[in-house]
Structures are given as structure tokens and as C-alpha cells.
Design a protein around this ligand. Structure first.
Ligand SMILES: Cc1cc2nc3c(=O)[nH]c(=O)nc-3n(C[C@H](O)[C@H](O)[C@H](O)COP(=O)(O)OP(=O)(O)OC[C@H]3O[C@@H](n4cnc5c(N)ncnc54)[C@H](O)[C@@H]3O)c2cc1C
Ligand code: FES
Ligand code: FES
Length: 1317
């Protein structure tokens, strides 16, 4: 008897291996990638393919072999070359995505030992990484390419040379040689396919015999039957017409896993009934063919047949290239795609345009053929197939002479994203003419079902393919495509515009072919080509001393443990949160009785169960663990169900009934908060000079605003913990994913009413955090701990992706309203900026975040009169919290927007206006009167423009824009000054405990958290240097509040500074203690010294000697910053808010498609001042990873809330973080040479947060490109563009005849689908 879980969920839970990770549960992230091998009887071969384990029902693997990351290599035996190379190339930071990446690459190599770069791109397209920026992963994997000079072809990230004598690391670490690469290919394991696991012979025998009959798996709530053959299938369908036929499970699976749809019986098709057959008029594809095999078949046909016959197949291929990731394409079937009847799925519009026919069959009526057209789809998810019918095959006809076909799709992200609108178009001309004989146009994404614009097509038949036809077609389309202003999915004007824009593209493509015109302005016709890092990057700059992430091998083999990998503790329970479904309401009643009566449910918790405090105060603002009387956002935790299993807890939580009484007011947006004057206190202001007076003397005044959307952390590992009561003295242990374990400990203590000394938090590593695991995890920990105390049993909490996104929230949306006074030469004399952030319903860290925005508002510009006000809006949304950059990216972005707009108004290049206004003197003061030197910022800027070839490229871009009407390019560069450290001085301290054992081994414990940034690696490097022992003799186990108490959070880019200094201090103390013994026995080894030191201490204790006279082989240190004291006096607008500044500059170029709003990041050059890099590989990893996260922030990551305040984007299917396709193919990162920083460890600089902002260059480059398009149409190049610059916003900003056909409806006349909060 299997539970629903076992029938339908990840292999991970079945095999109890740690390598296959849960990232989303819906096929959207690739963290759970495994390789499935099956015997293919038809072709007598073994197929190896990747799947998403989270969507692969375990029962459906009968007869298959599954290889997880553990199966291919381990640190205990031997690494697989794929594991070794991703680790050595620094492609594993937090490591949570790494096993999935490894399995995708491994499977590719199983099928193709000498892949091309295109193969790698395709294989990894379905794997997301939130840390690395993808580049190092590709660097590692491209070494498998069959190109003798792969390195020269695809050079790695480069950084400027660090002179030999600048070397911070001594011979105990790595030799101080200058390295030309971030990793070496010397001594890496060769790929030897003969060493791969073989397909189990018993499965082969079984497969050959096809011995098994029909299979039946019975779970407690559902049953799965696999028919033995077609007859059996038809019988089953007759007997159980309501049971869905499951093949790839990529529609049914997410519906069951994520949306909670329940099918008591499913019929699973194991057997491949019909593959691909070429028939007289085309290709007949078996319905159960996967999309991968469809793609292969289409590729083969295109390769082998004359082009004229395969136009339809070429169109299909164009779609298939961007459709989902490789794993999904390996699972998903063509039949499933069609019959899912989801208009966002791409195939139906193309197949319908191609006049495909479906062959369907039932027991009663035999076979019949149905045309695939709009009539097949009777509603969303519904088809005209009879319940007892199954789909056998799809006939895809060859194209006829004089027939032209195209497919279009536009999504939020170019690849691995559902389309917003898709289309299939086919036109047949009367032979030898341009007279339309027939026309097929189908759209998906403009209604609940597939839409055929039949009227339009009909009216265009018989017409010549020319300007008149185009004009009429657009008009007819506008009339025929009906999309209500409140349509599901929103983006109504954009979707309407896409319908005409797609047609225009089609018109142009066909015209070009008809006339065989080569000089036509055709750039709009081709979709962007997806590429990986190209060969144009300079690798001439040698780098310093890159060291691999200390846990990279363990991460690459799946041995690295994250909190949810800890095996179940005996008696363990699971807790699931019950959250509010109302934004502002009084809680009338909570009724858990039905839930409590369910199998496995142990208890229900709410505010009354909290033994200590349920309510805490933050700056006089209350923060509740469980909502007591009122809820103030959707997603607020009201209670929690504790049960024996995850599934039981999850199901029972849905049964808890909460009765509400809605309250007013209820509002969500910044604008509404301003209307309601709903702000948290205190409000902040910073001012230098006399702003009002300066406005009187300037040439020009500009008033404008910019809106910046929020961002979800989307760390690959969702939040959670295990709380284990120890049974004695109320002691409790927590294994928790926290960036700030001391805070978690404190909150748990307050909640339970027990002292911190009884609570121990253990953090081994986090699967990404980015600021999101500081505050909210403390509340989750307190709830889980309450459950553990109440039940007396260990309790595990693992948030599902959707709940994580709903409950924990993310980066604050900001609105910057500004008035700026400037002279005609571009000099800005005064700026008055009001920042509004959407703080959500509680204050959380919003005040500190607003402070950081204000403190960064000057960026690198000396604006003599500058005023900033910061107001945190209180709304009825989940509370926003810390996110990498902590307000900096928003504060800086508003100022850069000011600079950009002033440049536009002055008619000057933005880079010139930036230069005019930069801080220049050797000694400068920020607007909060902190002294600094901008020298290194200016060096970064100059070097960046120089290395990017900015001026030459600007000209080239202008030329490109003149000769391309529908594609435009833009380039932008920004400088950056970013404060490092906490402006609250007391946080600027680190703590470490270093133990030396008698065998010479060293154990380091510190207060920082390893979350991918490499803090442990750097700590080891430092300890190794001071103690003069190899890094292999030093170990870091975990972060533990029992070893290092009261540690500051690993945040503010200050983790390594603080921890590094503490480790250094502790090691130096030890060395001082060892020194006398070393001097007395200069020839002894390290181990001998440690032995005699330990013995001396032992003797001293026996003799009663005081400690200080002999040395202890351990030392604990709390290092408190000794640099400038940081503190801010907000009353007087002054104070050294930061410990020091990290500088940088970035230049990016993009290309936009004016017709669809798609954009491509072409090239980015970054010059970053990291002081004297402690570990260039890790620092470059932070720069690239931060930058790519910034790409998400400023261009694609868009959160959508309903009018009722419900977050609708709750998983990777709706919320798009950057994927491989978003990384600029030319991505050059340089570390500034000879940079100094007296204030941090070995003169290095903190680098975690600053690079995020640099991606604003992509935003401004897009704005430049849009402006070029607008100029050509005679429109002003000053126009609003909110961040993120999504495809929708880009398209609608490129106003033209098509956007005019889809005017914005009047506010208040309709109910919008979503709101900009
Ligand atoms: C993360 C992710 C990303 C995706 N991205 C895209 C994308 O970009 N574009 C896109 O077009 N699609 C996308 N998809 C959707 C995917 O292509 C479809 O889910 C898939 O093609 C469905 O095939 P399946 O075999 O998995 O169907 P299943 O989930 O097994 O079944 C789907 C439906 O089809 C019915 N069915 C299937 N086969 C038969 C048959 N032979 N006879 C009768 N009924 C049948 C089932 O009963 C069920 O109702 C994505 C899916 C995921 C999970
Ligand atoms: S967990 Fe399976 S794809 Fe995300
Ligand atoms: S290393 Fe890829 S998600 Fe962290």
C-alpha cells in the first residue's frame, strides 16, 4: 500500500538519497534531475534521458533504471569527471542546483561523449541556478566539447593580474604562481565512457521479453493502472472514462502536486504504441512520442528532405527550441500537449495552422480522424474527445509548394517559460503568384481556448500579399481577437499588440521569400539566437589565486547535507502552515476539528499554544507569530497542523476552517498607501546643501518618477528546519536554514519562554539565502519549536515553493519621485527625491532597508544639494524583507534614472552626464558626510569604458539602429559606490573559535553562515595562512550557536570581513601561544608542537600553573571592527554609515525586438574593485551571480498580485528567474588591479551585494534601444519605463501602429487582472 506521495512524488523520498533536490515540485527548476534508462524494444537499444524526479511517479518506472548523482561518483570512491569539473570550475556555490546540473550533463555525455556547445546549452536549459550566473558551470562543462582549443574558443572570466608580491596567500595554500585561468585542466579526470554504469542486464531481459502484463498500483487515496496493450487501454477507458490517461505526467503531475487536483484513478501508458511513421502526405507521430523525439524527428526531416516540403516542420522546430527544458521535453508527449487543451501550450497553434489530423480510437467506435482546429477545444483543459477515446497519433502534413509557415511565441523569459501569446500561421499562394489561396492563423494565449481568426483569414483569401492586405489584416485582427480588459492573465494590451505584431512579422517573412529580396530591412524576422559565452572575451589578464569552494566536491556528488537531507529523527512529525486567505479581516473562528480527525494528524497549533510570547515589538511595531485577532495579509500564518507525514499535514492544513469578517481599509499599492498616508514610523530624511535655494538658480527643473517592482529570493532550497526536543531541562536543538542563527535562537527562546542557553541552532549550509533567511526563518523556527515542545517529538518544517513565496515575501517594491535641478550642460545642482517602499503589513527590516536606499542615493555623484526622504508604506501585503543589496539596488537605481533623464533632456550622452557629475577630488564627502576617496571608482569607470570599447561600440550601435527598423540596440554604463558593513556599528563584529587537536588537525568554528558565498573557504584560507598548515588539515563543520554565540548575521557583504578577522585573530593568538614551543624545538613538526603544547597545558593544570603562562590549543575570538566607527545620526543627516565602499563600473549592450518586446543581452563588461581579492574565483563568482540576479530584478522577474492581494506568481512556472539564455554571451569580469582597502581582512573588500545593481545597465541599455525606436517614429525619447523592463513593457514603450490598435482602457472601467504594488 503506497501513499499518494509514493505514487506520484519524487524518487528522493523513496530512495532516501540526498543528491536529488526539491526546488519547486513542478518541473520548473531542474534541481531534481535524474537519469532514466529504459530498454527500447522497437529499436533494440537502451535510451538514457533526463527527467524531473518531482514529476516522475515512482510506479511509472517499472522496468527502468534510475541513476541519481550518487550513482555516478563520490568523494569516497571516485568522482565522475562531470562532478570534478563543475567543482573545479567554481560552478558550485550553494550547491543546491549542482546535482541537477551534473545529471543533465552526465546524461548528455552518456548519449554523446563529444558534445557541441549547442548540445550543452540545450541539456542545461531546464536547470536553474540562483547563485553562479551560469558562466562557471559552462566553463567547466565546455571542457567536454570536442574542440581541441575549447579554452581559447570559450575563455573563462578574467580578472586583472595581482602582482606576485601582492599575494595574500602563502605557500601553504597554493603556490603563488600567476594563473591565466580560474581553474586548470591539468590533472582532471578524463571522460571514459567505458566506466559508466551499465544498464542492468535483468532489466534488459525483462524489456526484451516484455514479460509483464498490465500493472496495478494501489495507494491509500489513488490507484494507477498500466494497460498491457492497446486493447487493454481501450477497455480501461471504457470502464473508467473519467480516469485520465497519463503519459509524461507534466500536466497531470503539477496539477496534482502543486494545485492539489485529485484523480482517484489514473491510467498510465508505459508502452509506446506508435512512434513516428512517414506516410504519403507527411509524418504521423505517435501521440505518446515525447517532445524530444518530435524534435529529433522534425530535425531529421528538415535535414533529409527538400526545404519546401518541411516548412511546417521548421516552424515546429522553432517552437520546440524554446519550449520548456530538456527534462520536460523528455517526459512530455505531443498527445499530452495537445489534449491538455491549455492555450499557453505552444504546439496547438502551429499544428492547427498546419492542418494536422488526429487519429483517435475507442473500444466502441474504433478509429476516427479529427481535424486539429479550434473546434477540438471546448474549454480550458477540455476537448471534444469522447471520454472513452484515446489519441493514437497526429498526422503532420508536408508543406506544399507555394506554402509558407511560421510559428511565433513570446514569453516572459525566452526559454523555459510558457508563452504569453503563441501563434501558428500558414499561407498558400496560387502558384507563381502572390494571390492568397488559403490562410490559416491560430493564436494561443488570447482566450481560454485556441483561437482561429477565421473571419480575417477568409477576407484575405484572393488578395495580393501587399501593403493593402497588411493594413486590412491588422484591422481585421483587431476586430476579431477579442480579449476583455479584465481577461485572465492580464497584459491585455500587450497580448493584443502581439497578435498584430506577429502577423506583421509573418507578412514580412513571406514577402521576403516571395520577392527574394535580400536588402529588405529584415532584422525583425529572425528570432534571437540563443548562445553561450562566446569567443570574444579577452583572457589575457592573468588572475591571482582562485581556490575551489571547500565543499564543491561534496556538493557535486550530492553528499553535501542541507537541513532537509538530515534523515528523519525517530518519531519525527511534520508541520504545515495554515495561512490567511484574506488581506484584512477579523478572525471570527478557527475550526481545526475536521483536520484533527484526519489520519495521522497529531495536533493543531495557534496563538494560544505559544508558551512564551506570540507578539514581539520591532521599533514599536508589533510582529505576531500566529495572527491572533486580525489578519493583515493573504499568507499570514494563522495556525499550523502537525501530522505524521508531510502529505498528511499538507492535506489536513487545507481542512482547517477559518471564519473571517472582512475589514476596511484594504489596499496594497504604494500609490494607495500614499493616499491613505499609511506609513511606518520612523520616517527618514537625509539632506546636504540647500536644495530649495538651488532650485531657484538652475537652468532647468525636471519632475518625474520611477517605479521598481519587487523580487522574490527564489533561493533554490526553500525555508525550513528540524526542531528536536532533547527531553532534559527543556533543551532544544534546531537544524535550521538560517543566515542569522543567533536571532533564530533568540526568537525561539522568546516564543517558548526559555533561555537561549537551552536552545542550540545548527547550520551546516544553506541552499542559497540572499537575505531571505534572516527574519522569516526565525518565525518559522519558533512555530516549529512550539510544535516540538507541545508534542514532545521532533518536528520538521519544509516550506513548499508556493508557500515559501507566499509567506516569506522578498525585495521591496519602490517608487522614487524626484525633482531635479540642472544646468544645460548636464550638471545637476539639486535633487529632491522621495523614496516610497512597499513594506507590507509589518515593519520587519523595512526601515533599515529604506535607510540603505537613502544612504546610497548619491551613488558616485557629487550633487551639491541633495535631499532624500524615505517612507515605508504600510499595506496589506506580506511583509517585505531583506534581499541582497538591502535597498541599495533601489536607492542607486532611482539616482541613475535621474542622471539618465537629465541626459535625455539635455540631449547629451548619459555617460557624459554621469562623468560631469561624478565625485572627483581625492577627498570627498558623501551626502551623509562620510569621508572617502573616489579614486578607485573613477579607475573602475575609465577601465570599464576602455575595456568595453564603449565609444566605438556606441557608433556601431547608432549605425545598426539606422539600418534596422524593428530591432534596436542600446548601450549603457554606470559607476558604483556601495557601502559595506552595517550602519549599526554593533553588528560589525565577527566571532570564531579555533581548536587545535593533538594530531595537528584544526577545527574552525565561526559565526558566519555558508550559503554559497564561500565564507568557509575563505576562513580556511586565512587559518591556513596564519597557522601555516595545509587547508586539508583544517575543518569547518557547521555554524552552531553553542560554539560561537551572539554572532551577527551573514549579511551586508560583511560576513567574510568579520569572520575572516575573527579567524585571523584566533589563529594569531594560538600562534603566539605556540611560539615558545616552536622556538624551543625548531625542528619539530606541526603535530609535535601541538602535542607538546597540549601536554604542557595538561602538566600546567596539574601543577596549578595559571592558564596564561602556557598556551591553550584553542582560542576564541570576537573581533570587533577597528576601522571607522559606523553610526548614523539621522537627526543631523550625518555619520560614517559604512565601514568602507566597494567600487565598480559596468557597461552593457542589449538588442530589443521592437515588435515583440523580446530582448537579448549581448555583452557586459564589469570592472570591480574588490581590494586585494582573497580568492578571485569566489569573488568573480559573487560578481557574476549577483549581476545575473540583478538581470532578473531589472528585466524579467515580475510578481503579480490579484486585486484581492493574492500573490499569483508562486512558482517557477509563473515567476521567471534568469536562466542560461539570459546570460550575455560576452560577459567580461575584471578585478581592478592594485586596489587597496586598509579596513578589511588582507585589504580585500566585501562583494556579496554590490554587483546586483550593476545589472541596471541592462535596464538603461534597453531604455536607450527603445528610445532609438521611438525617435525613428518621431516620438519623444523621454518616456516612462518601470522596472523590470519586461517584454511587455519594452513592446508597449516602442509605440507604433500596432500598439495604437490596443489602447489602454480607462482606469476604473474594468477590473484589472493584476496590480502593480
Ligand atoms: C515546467 C514545465 C514547463 C513547460 N513549458 C511548456 C512550454 O513552454 N510550452 C508548452 O507548449 N508546454 C509546456 N509545458 C507543458 C508540456 O509540454 C505538457 O505538459 C506536455 O506536453 C503534456 O504531455 P504529457 O505527456 O506530460 O501529458 P500528461 O500530463 O500525461 O497528460 C496531459 C493530458 O493529456 C491527456 N492525454 C495524454 N495523452 C493522451 C492520449 N494518448 N490519449 C488521451 N488522452 C491523453 C491526459 O489524459 C491529460 O488530460 C511545460 C510543462 C512543465 C511542467
Ligand atoms: S524540484 Fe523538480 S524541477 Fe524543481
Ligand atoms: S549554486 Fe546553483 S543554486 Fe546555488
Amino acid at each position: 500500500m503506497l501513499s499518494q506521495n509514493h505514487l506520484h512524488v519524487s524518487l528522493l523520498y523513496i530512495v532516501l538519497l540526498t543528491g536529488t533536490k526539491y526546488g519547486c515540485g513542478g518541473g520548473g527548476c531542474g534541481a531534481c534531475t535524474v537519469m532514466v534508462s529504459k530498454y527500447d524494444q522497437l529499436n533494440n537499444r537502451v535510451l538514457h534521458y533526463t527527467v524531473n524526479a518531482c514529476l516522475q511517479p515512482i510506479c511509472t518506472l517499472h522496468g527502468a533504471a534510475v541513476v541519481t548523482v550518487e550513482g555516478i561518483g563520490s568523494t569516497k570512491t571516485k568522482l565522475h569527471p562531470v562532478q570534478e569539473r563543475i567543482a573545479k570550475a567554481h560552478g558550485s556555490q550553494c550547491g543546491f542546483c549542482t546535482p541537477g546540473m551534473v545529471m543533465s550533463m552526465y546524461t548528455l555525455l552518456r548519449n554523446k561523449p563529444h558534445p557541441t556547445m549547442e548540445d550543452i546549452r540545450e541539456a542545461l536549459g531546464g536547470n536553474l541556478c540562483r547563485c553562479t550566473g551560469y558562466r562557471p558551470i559552462i566553463d567547466g562543462f565546455k571542457t567536454f566539447c570536442d574542440v581541441s582549443n575549447a579554452f581559447n574558443l570559450f575563455p573563462q572570466a578574467s580578472c586583472l593580474i595581482q602582482r606576485k608580491n601582492d599575494c595574500v596567500l602563502n605557500k601553504y595554500l597554493i603556490p603563488c604562481q600567476i594563473s591565466e585561468e580560474l581553474f586548470h585542466m591539468d590533472n582532471v579526470l578524463p571522460l571514459d565512457p567505458s566506466q559508466d554504469l551499465i544498464f542492468p542486464p535483468e532489466l534488459m531481459i525483462m524489456g526484451k521479453k516484455r514479460a509483464c502484463g498490465s500493472l496495478c498500483f494501489q495507494g491509500d487515496r489513488l490507484k494507477l493502472i498500466s494497460p498491457v496493450d492497446l486493447t487493454n487501454l481501450l477497455e480501461l477507458k471504457t470502464e473508467y472514462p473519467e480516469a485520465p490517461v497519463v503519459v509524461g505526467n507534466t500536466t497531470i503531475g503539477p496539477n496534482m502536486q502543486v494545485k492539489g487536483v485529485h484523480h482517484p484513478l489514473t491510467i498510465y501508458l508505459f508502452v509506446i504504441y506508435l512512434l513516428c511513421v512517414h506516410v504519403h502526405a507527411g509524418v504521423s507521430m505517435g501521440a505518446v512520442c515525447t517532445l524530444s523525439s518530435l524534435k529529433e524527428e522534425m530535425e531529421r526531416a528538415v535535414r533529409e528532405m527538400e526545404a519546401e516540403r518541411t516548412r511546417g516542420y521548421q516552424a515546429l522546430l522553432q517552437t520546440l527550441q524554446c519550449l520548456a527544458g530538456k527534462q520536460i521535453r523528455n517526459m512530455a508527449t505531443i498527445g499530452g500537449n495537445i489534449l491538455s487543451a491549455n492555450p499557453k501550450y505552444d504546439l496547438n497553434s502551429v499544428l492547427a495552422a498546419l492542418d494536422c489530423t488526429l487519429q483517435v480510437m475507442s473500444k466502441e467506435n474504433g478509429t476516427r480522424a479529427i481535424t486539429l482546429n479550434e473546434e477540438l477545444f471546448t474549454g480550458f483543459g477540455k476537448t471534444a474527445l469522447r471520454p472513452d477515446e484515446v489519441l493514437l497519433s497526429i498526422d503532420i502534413p508536408y508543406s506544399k509548394p507555394w506554402e509558407f509557415v511560421s510559428a511565433f511565441r513570446q514569453a516572459q523569459r525566452r526559454e523555459f517559460a510558457f508563452s504569453i501569446v503563441n501563434a501558428g500561421m500558414k499561407v498558400l499562394f496560387r502558384e507563381g503568384t502572390n494571390i492568397v489561396e488559403s490562410l490559416n492563423i491560430y493564436y494561443g494565449g488570447v482566450g481560454p481556448t485556441l483561437v482561429k481568426v477565421g473571419r480575417t483569414c477568409q477576407k484575405l483569401v484572393g488578395r495580393s500579399w501587399g501593403e493593402d492586405l497588411l493594413a486590412d489584416a491588422c484591422r481585421l485582427l483587431e476586430e476579431e481577437v477579442e480579449l476583455s480588459d479584465s481577461a485572465h492573465g492580464g497584459k491585455v494590451e500587450y497580448r493584443k499588440t502581439l497578435t498584430t505584431s506577429f502577423f506583421f512579422k509573418f507578412y514580412m517573412q513571406v514577402l521576403q521569400e516571395l520577392r527574394e529580396r535580400v536588402h529588405i530591412q529584415d532584422s525583425a524576422l529572425k528570432p534571437f539566437k540563443n548562445e553561450l559565452v562566446s569567443n570574444a572575451q579577452s583572457s589575457q589578464d592573468p588572475v591571482g589565486h582562485p581556490m575551489m569552494h571547500q565543499a564543491a566536491f561534496h556538493q557535486a556528488t550530492g553528499e553535501a547535507q542541507y537541513y532537509d537531507d538530515i534523515p528523519a529523527v525517530q518519531g519525527e512529525l511534520f508541520v504545515f502552515m495554515v495561512t490567511s486567505t484574506r488581506a484584512h479581516a477579523k478572525i471570527i473562528n478557527i475550526d481545526p476539528s475536521e483536520a484533527l480527525g484526519m489520519t495521522g494528524v497529531v495536533t493543531f497549533l495557534s496563538a494560544g499554544d505559544v508558551p512564551g510570547q506570540n507578539r514581539r515589538m520591532l521599533f514599536n511595531n508589533p510582529e505576531e507569530l500566529f495572527a491572533e485577532e486580525e489578519v493583515s495579509c493573504v499568507g499570514q500564518i494563522i495556525g499550523a497542523v502537525v501530522a505524521e507525514s508531510r502529505e498528511q499535514a499538507r492535506r489536513a492544513a487545507q481542512m482547517v476552517k477559518v471564519t473571517y469578517q472582512d475589514l476596511l481599509p484594504v489596499f496594497f499599492t504604494i500609490e494607495e498607501a500614499i493616499q491613505h498616508q499609511s506609513f511606518f514610523d520612523p520616517k527618514r530624511k537625509l539632506e546636504r546643501g540647500d536644495v530649495d535655494k538651488a532650485f531657484e538658480t538652475v537652468d532647468q527643473i525636471l519632475e518625474d518618477e520611477i517605479y521598481l517592482g519587487g523580487q522574490e529570493h527564489f533561493y533554490m532550497e526553500t525555508q525550513g528546519l528540524i526542531a528536536v526536543p532533547k527531553g532534559e531541562n527543556g533543551e532544544l536543538e534546531l537544524f535550521v536554514a538560517s543566515q542569522h542563527s543567533a536571532y533564530t535562537q533568540e526568537v525561539v527562546g522568546i516564543t517558548l519562554g526559555i533561555d537561549s542557553n537551552k536552545i542550540t541552532c545548527h547550520v551546516r549550509r544553506l541552499g542559497g539565502a540572499f537575505g531571505g533567511k534572516v527574519m522569516k526563518i526565525a518565525s518559522l523556527s519558533a512555530i516549529t519549536a512550539t510544535a516540538a515542545v507541545k508534542t514532545g517529538r521532533p518536528v520538521r518544517c519544509v516550506l513548499e515553493r508556493g508557500d515559501d513565496m507566499l509567506i516569506t515575501s522578498g525585495r521591496h517594491p519602490f517608487l522614487g519621485k524626484y525633482k531635479v535641478g540642472y544646468n544645460n550642460d548636464g550638471t545637476i545642482m539639486a535633487a529632491d527625491i522621495t523614496y516610497y517602499s512597499n513594506g507590507g503589513c509589518t515593519l520587519n527590516e523595512s526601515l533599515a532597508i529604506m535607510e540603505k536606499a537613502l544612504l546610497h542615493m548619491d551613488n558616485g555623484y557629487k550633487i551639491p544639494n541633495l535631499r532624500g526622504r524615505g517612507l515605508v508604506c504600510k499595506t496589506y501585503l506580506p511583509s517585505y524583507t531583506a534581499f541582497r543589496g538591502f535597498g541599495g539596488p533601489q536607492g542607486l537605481m532611482v539616482m541613475e534614472s535621474v542622471l539618465h533623464e537629465v541626459a535625455v533632456k539635455c540631449g547629451l550622452p548619459p555617460q557624459k552626464v554621469r562623468e560631469i557629475n561624478m565625485y572627483r577630488e581625492e577627498e570627498c564627502y558623501t551626502h551623509h558626510k562620510q569621508l572617502f576617496s573616489p579614486r578607485d571608482m573613477l579607475r573602475c569607470w575609465d577601465e570599464c569604458l576602455d575595456k568595453a570599447g564603449y565609444h566605438d561600440r556606441l557608433q556601431a550601435i547608432q549605425q545598426f539602429n539606422t539600418s534596422n527598423r524593428w530591432k534596436k540596440r542600446g548601450i549603457s554604463a554606470v559607476p558604483m559606490k556601495f557601502g559595506v558593513g552595517f550602519s549599526k556599528g554593533f553588528f560589525n563584529q565577527g566571532a570564531a573559535l579555533v581548536n587545535i587537536y593533538k594530531d595537528g588537525s584544526v577545527l574552525v568554528a565561526h559565526g558566519g553562515t555558508e550559503m554559497g558565498q564561500g565564507i568557509n573557504t575563505k576562513a580556511l584560507q586565512i587559518a591556513s595562512r596564519i597557522l601555516k598548515v595545509p587547508m586539508s588539515s583544517i575543518h569547518i563543520k557547521e555554524t552552531c550557536t553553542g560554539n560561537v554565540p551572539n554572532a551577527a548575521p551573514s549579511a551586508a557583504s560583511f560576513g567574510t570581513d568579520a569572520v575572516g578577522m575573527a579567524v585571523k585573530d584566533a589563529c594569531e593568538k594560538l600562534m603566539r601561544r605556540l611560539k615558545p614551543f616552536m622556538e624551543n624545538h625548531p625542528k619539530y613538526t606541526w603535530q609535535q608542537w601541538t602535542v607538546i603544547t597540549a601536554m604542557a597545558r595538561f602538566t600546567a593544570l596539574i601543577l596549578g600553573t595559571s592558564r596564561s603562562q602556557v598556551g591553550y590549543p584553542n582560542a576564541v575570538t570576537v573581533w570587533v571592527s577597528r576601522g571607522p566607527h559606523t553610526d548614523m545620526d539621522w537627526e543631523n543627516s550625518e555619520g560614517p554609515a559604512y565601514y568602507y565602499f566597494t567600487f565598480g563600473a559596468c557597461c552593457s549592450e542589449v538588442e530589443i525586438d521592437c515588435l515583440t518586446g523580446d530582448h537579448k543581452n549581448l555583452r557586459t563588461d564589469i570592472v570591480m574593485d574588490v581590494g586585494r581579492s582573497l580568492n578571485p574565483a569566489l569573488d568573480i563568482g559573487q560578481i557574476e551571480g549577483g549581476f545575473v540576479q540583478g538581470i532578473g530584478l531589472y528585466t524579467i522577474e515580475e510578481l503579480q498580485f490579484s486585486l484581492e492581494g493574492v500573490l499569483m506568481t508562486r512558482g517557477p512556472s509563473q515567476y521567471k528567474i534568469p536562466a542560461l539564455c539570459d546570460v550575455p554571451p560576452q560577459f567580461n569580469v575584471h578585478l581592478l588591479a592594485n586596489a587597496q582597502n586598509p579596513h578589511a581582512i588582507y585589504r580585500s573588500k566585501g562583494i556579496g551585494e554590490p554587483p546586483v545593481f550593476l545589472a541596471s545597465t541592462i535596464f538603461f541599455a534597453i531604455k536607450e534601444a527603445v528610445a532609438a525606436a521611438r525617435r525613428e517614429r518621431g516620438l519623444g525619447d523621454s518616456f516612462p519605463l518601470s522596472s523590470p523592463a519586461t517584454a511587455e513593457r519594452i513592446r508597449m514603450a516602442c509605440e507604433d501602429q500596432f500598439t495604437e490598435m490596443a489602447p489602454s482602457p480607462k482606469k476604473g472601467t474594468f477590473k484589472p487582472w493584476s496590480i502593480n504594488i
